[in-house]
Design a protein around this ligand. Structure first.
Ligand SMILES: [Zn+2]
Length: 148
């Protein structure tokens, strides 16, 4: 934690507050420039590593997921806030799994499920990539399932 005025890492805690959501606020005085500032500490659930189909392990990348969903929703009447909410839901559900690692399929499944109710065209676009639908027949089967 660095002083927002002079970037010094030296500080002294002069007061500590606990808030109702489990956060801790500390008032500090900078050991370099003597300005006062506060820091806020909050415990967060960890997001598990994702195991891809080829066995590679990767970090959950919120920005990358959001980009993928935005591409699927391009020119569709899907609100930006809905996309952010879906990404937030994926993250929250991953954290609720409470494991060190999980299959990357979990992410795709949640997105697919969310897009299905947001916009069917976006859903099909995402499904083509995520489910690896490689020909028109496969796409048609998916559309038939959606219309059923
Ligand atoms: Zn300072």
């Amino acid at each position: 934690m660095h002083c927002p005025f002079c970037q010094s890492a030296r500080s002294r805690v002069i007061d500590t507050d606990h808030d109702t959501r489990g956060g801790v606020r500390r008032r500090r005085v900078c050991g370099e420039c003597s300005e006062r500032y506060s820091t806020y500490e909050r415990a967060m659930k960890a997001t598990p590593f994702l195991i891809k189909q080829d066995g590679r392990r990767e970090d959950f990348d919120r920005e990358k997921l959001e980009r993928g969903i935005r591409v699927a929703c391009a020119k569709r009447p899907v609100a930006s806030a809905d996309i952010s909410r879906l990404v937030g839901e994926v993250e929250a559900r991953l954290q609720d799994i409470g494991k060190l690692e999980t299959s990357s399929r979990v992410v795709g499944d949640i997105v697919i499920e969310g897009l299905k109710s947001l916009d069917q065209i976006a859903y099909i676009r995402y499904a083509i990539v995520y489910l690896g639908l490689s020909d028109l027949q496969a796409v048609r089967t998916e559309i038939d399932r959606l219309l059923a």
